[in-house]
Design a protein around this ligand. Structure first.
Ligand SMILES: [Zn+2]
Length: 472
């Protein structure tokens, strides 16, 4: 804690380059395992800063790792840079307007996520060099957080085996330690094969794969009443079997996302969905092939690291938003419903306020809000390494996740101030851990206690590999 000001100055000294990095990555939105330009930007920064670089981490061409320092504990700082489809949006305005029709966009703020993590790692590297102490800092540039579960594949490949603690953050509307409530989740494809025929002349000879998909969806929708209320199932039709209604569809494919509060509950749910799929195939006399695409585990908290992060957040205070930031955030809030704004406060567990569009407080440690219903591949890291995650305000309170409003605010003043605050908080925790071996020991003990009864069981089957994309 006493070294916080020192490490924060090191963050400030390098922040301009990382704000620019965040803006550049914002301007080249790339999807799931296709982040070739974004990872090249991150690699170039690692080179410029003098990190030792490992490319092709876990055999993934868009993953990169940079290490600095020697001996001592290994502190990992995790970054991301993938975008989302269909969220192309002009920056700095408060109405929907695409940059490119149907284009991608940074609708989850991962341009900031990666830049702040790399800025934190750089500051820690410089701190280690100045202080002349033993210890290593690593920046893990992790692709494909949105649906690709890259970190789970990286965990499975052993990339974190010698890491002592891992630190990360996510852009948010609120300043707080993440309450480690994400859902375990998998994506599974169900491919049905039937028999084509003339839909009018010989319908009795056809067996419709599309019918099977529809019946499967109906079956799963009936199942919802009888599954845990905090589980989630969603589906998307990947292939409806063609565009001709007069041909019985011989092929159809549906992708399911199945989520539950914890790994064992998720596995039970996958099994029930499998039975529904097989039932649909039986009813339609089609065949079904089931293949898992990706999977992530639920997040595990870590009390000692969370308390260290809370001290950093409180000591540092909220990002220093200015009048222009507040004005833009208010314009964004005008595009939201009262319900959007109220639910942001409910998730944080604090009473709703209408006097500021940007978060000017830090949520007290241990505040219980409405649980987060999303999933993240940080979950898998948290099962094998003590992990802590900050949420730092970068956008107007109430801004929905995965929205044009997040893309719009991705290069704003609030984004940059949040990015720098996040880097300071993460670097501060790293320096705390480097200066206090007891903190790392307590963090490891905490993880051991959480995983003693149910050890880590990778949700991705051993024969499934990441769906890598070719270099464009
Ligand atoms: Zn995200």
């Amino acid at each position: 804690m006493q070294n916080s000001e020192k490490i924060w100055r090191l963050v400030d000294a390098r922040k301009d380059d990382y704000e620019a990095l965040s803006d550049r990555v914002w301007g080249m939105p790339e999807l799931c395992y296709g982040e070739y330009r974004s990872v090249a930007e991150h690699k170039a920064m690692l080179e410029q800063e003098g990190f030792r670089i490992t490319e092709n981490v876990a055999g993934i061409p868009t993953a990169v790792m940079g290490e600095a320092g020697d001996g001592g504990p290994v502190i990992a700082i995790l970054g991301e840079y993938d975008a989302l489809p269909g969220l192309s949006q002009v920056a700095g305005i408060a109405q929907p307007q695409e940059v490119e029709r149907g284009g991608h966009g940074h609708g989850c703020g991962h341009n900031m996520l990666g830049s702040a993590a790399l800025l934190a790692a750089t500051a820690v590297k410089n701190y280690l060099a100045q202080a002349g102490i033993k210890g290593r800092v690593r920046y893990y540039g992790c692709p494909a957080e949105e649906g690709g579960a890259a970190k789970a594949f990286m965990v499975r490949a052993g990339c974190f085996e010698d890491v002592d603690i891992a630190i990360t953050w996510h852009p948010s509307a609120i300043n707080r330690v993440d309450d480690a409530q994400s859902l375990a989740g998998v994506r599974v494809d169900y491919t049905f094969r039937g028999r084509a025929s003339h839909a009018a002349a010989a319908p009795h000879l056809g067996r419709s794969a599309l019918d099977a998909v529809e019946l499967m969806n109906v079956g799963v929708n009936y199942m919802r009443e009888h599954m845990p209320s905090d589980a989630r199932i969603h589906y998307a039709l990947l292939d409806g079997g063609g565009v001709a209604p007069n041909v019985v569809q011989a092929f159809a494919k549906v992708r399911y996302s199945i989520r539950a509060r914890e790994l064992p509950g998720m596995k039970a749910l996958i099994e029930r969905v499998r039975k529904v799929a097989e039932g649909a195939a039986l009813m339609t006399e089609t065949r079904v092939e089931i293949s898992t695409i990706s999977g992530v585990s639920n997040l595990l908290g870590n009390t000692p690291l969370e308390q260290a992060m809370q001290r950093q957040l409180e000591h540092l205070g909220p990002p220093p938003f200015d009048a222009a930031d507040l004005q833009y955030a208010a314009a964004i809030q005008a595009t939201l419903s009262a319900e959007d704004i109220a639910s942001a406060f409910a998730r944080a567990g604090v009473a709703p306020r209408r006097d500021t569009p940007l978060c000017d407080f830090v949520v007290p440690y241990g505040t219980k809000g409405a649980p987060m219903m999303g999933s993240t591949d940080v979950g898998d890291v948290s099962w094998v390494v003590p992990t802590v995650q900050a949420r730092v305000a970068t956008h107007a309170i109430g801004t929905p996740g995965h929205s044009w409003q997040i893309t719009a605010q991705g290069k704003s003043g609030q984004a940059k101030k949040g990015l720098v605050n996040a880097a300071k908080v993460m670097a501060g925790v790293a320096v705390d851990a480097l200066g206090d071996p007891g903190l790392i020991a307590r963090a490891k003990q905490d993880l051991k206690a959480r995983t003693d009864v149910t050890p880590y069981d990778c949700p991705i089957p051993p024969d499934v590999n990441p769906p890598l994309q070719p270099r464009p």
